[in-house]
Design a protein around this ligand. Structure first.
Ligand SMILES: Cc1cc2nc3c(=O)[nH]c(=O)nc-3n(C[C@H](O)[C@H](O)[C@H](O)COP(=O)(O)OP(=O)(O)OC[C@H]3O[C@@H](n4cnc5c(N)ncnc54)[C@H](O)[C@@H]3O)c2cc1C
Length: 299
C-alpha cells in the first residue's frame, strides 16, 4: 500500500463515525484508521510512505512512479486515492473545522443537529442532498448560495424537493465571510452581494459542500477520467457497444476496472461512488476478488 500522508484518509479526519457496521456507539476516524492499519499489517500488508506521481504501462506490467523518481512494478493495481474537499477560505475556518464546521459529511452529524438551525454552503447536488437530509432533523436549514439560482447546478428533482420543503430556506447571492467561536462554532458572518449587507448570525453547525476534487492528476494520459477528474470504471467505459481505446482483452472492462486492464478503482475517487466509509471498504473487498481473477489469467 502506497500512502503519501497517513493511512486513514478523510475518514481519519472525522470526529465520530457513527454509521460503520460493528461500532454501535461510533468511533473516531483516527481510531478506525489505527485499527485498520493494525489489521492490514497482521495480514502482511507493507505500507510505504510515498506519493504516486505517475503510471507507466509496459505489456502486462504496470509501473507506479513515485515522487523520488523510483518505480514499483505490478501486474494488478487498485486506485483508492480519494478526494479533497475544496476549502472555504475565510477567517476562523481552520480552527473551527471539526468543531461545528464540517466538509462533505452529513449523515453522521445530522442527529446531533436535532432542533437546531443548520447552515449549508453550496448550491450543487451534494449541498442539496445534505439540505434534504438535515431538514428531517434540524429546526431550519439555511442554504447559503453564491449564485442567484439553484437550477443551474442542481438536478431538477432535488431542486423541486427543496422548494417544497418548508424548513429549508435558500439565501441567494450570499457568502460566508467569517466564522466565529472560542472552542466551537458560535456564529457566522454572511455577506449579501446584492444588498451589500453584512450580518452576523448565531450558528452551531456549518456544512460546506463546494466541490470535491479527486486525486487523479497523476493518471493523466493513462486512466480515463470524467470532466471533473473522477475515474470512469466498468460498464461506463463501453460506449455504443465499443470498448475503450487501447483495450486489448476479448472481454469488456469488469466492474470497478478502469480502461487499463488490471487497474481497478474504488472509493470516493471512482465516478458515481457513494462517498462513505462502508462503501469504500465494500468496493475494496469486491475489487480484490476481481484482482485475483485477473492475476489468475495474466501471470
Ligand atoms: C470530515 C469528514 C467526515 C466524514 N465522516 C464520515 C462518516 O461519519 N461516515 C462515513 O461513512 N463517511 C464519512 N466521511 C466520508 C468518508 O471519509 C470517505 O467516503 C472515505 O474516507 C473515502 O475513502 P477513500 O479511501 O475512497 O478515500 P480517502 O479517504 O480520501 O483516502 C485517500 C487516501 O489516498 C491518499 N492519496 C491520494 N493521492 C495519493 C497519491 N498520489 N499517492 C499516495 N497516496 C495518495 C490520501 O493521502 C488518502 O489517505 C467523512 C468525510 C470527511 C471529510
Amino acid at each position: 500500500m502506497i500512502e503519501r500522508e497517513a493511512p486513514g484518509g478523510q475518514a481519519g479526519m472525522s470526529s465520530r463515525i457513527e454509521n460503520y457496521l460493528g461500532f454501535p456507539s461510533g468511533l473516531t476516524g483516527a481510531d478506525l484508521a489505527r485499527r485498520a492499519v493494525m489489521q492490514a499489517q497482521r495480514f502482511g500488508v507493507e505500507i510505504l510512505s510515498a506519493e504516486a506521481t505517475g503510471l507507466r504501462l509496459e505489456g502486462p506490467y504496470r509501473f507506479v512512479k513515485l515522487a523520488d523518481e523510483s518505480e514499483i512494478s505490478c501486474h494488478a493495481m487498485l486506485i483508492a486515492t480519494g478526494v479533497q474537499w475544496r476549502k472555504l477560505e475565510v477567517p476562523g475556518i481552520e480552527r473551527l473545522t471539526g468543531a461545528g464546521v464540517y466538509y462533505g459529511a452529513a449523515q453522521t452529524e445530522a442527529m446531533s443537529c436535532r432542533d437546531e438551525d443548520v447552515f449549508i454552503v453550496g448550491g450543487a447536488n451534494s449541498a442539496g442532498q445534505a439540505a434534504m437530509y438535515f431538514s428531517k432533523y434540524a429546526r431550519r436549514v439555511v442554504m447559503i448560495v453564491r449564485g442567484d439560482s439553484l437550477a443551474a447546478l442542481m438536478s431538477q428533482y432535488l431542486f423541486d424537493q427543496i422548494k417544497q420543503t418548508e424548513n429549508i430556506h435558500v439565501e441567494y447571492n450570499t457568502q460566508v465571510t467569517e466564522v466565529h467561536g472560542a472552542e466551537r462554532l458560535e456564529a457566522i458572518t454572511i455577506h449579501c452581494a446584492v444588498s451589500g449587507e453584512t450580518n452576523k448570525a448565531p450558528a452551531t453547525s456549518l456544512f460546506i459542500f463546494i466541490g470535491a476534487m479527486p486525486h487523479t492528476e497523476w493518471l493523466e494520459g493513462t486512466v480515463h477520467r470524467d470532466e471533473r477528474g473522477f475515474i470512469i470504471s466498468g460498464p461506463d467505459l463501453v460506449r455504443d457497444g465499443k470498448r475503450p481505446a487501447g483495450w486489448t482483452l476479448d472481454r469488456d472492462p469488469g466492474l470497478l476496472e478502469t480502461n487499463v486492464p488490471g487497474v481497478f478503482v474504488v472509493g470516493d475517487v471512482r465516478r458515481g461512488s457513494v462517498k462513505r466509509v462502508a462503501s469504500g471498504v465494500g468496493e475494496g473487498s469486491v475489487a480484490i476478488s476481481f484482482v485475483h481473477q485477473y492475476l489468475s489469467k495474466v501471470v
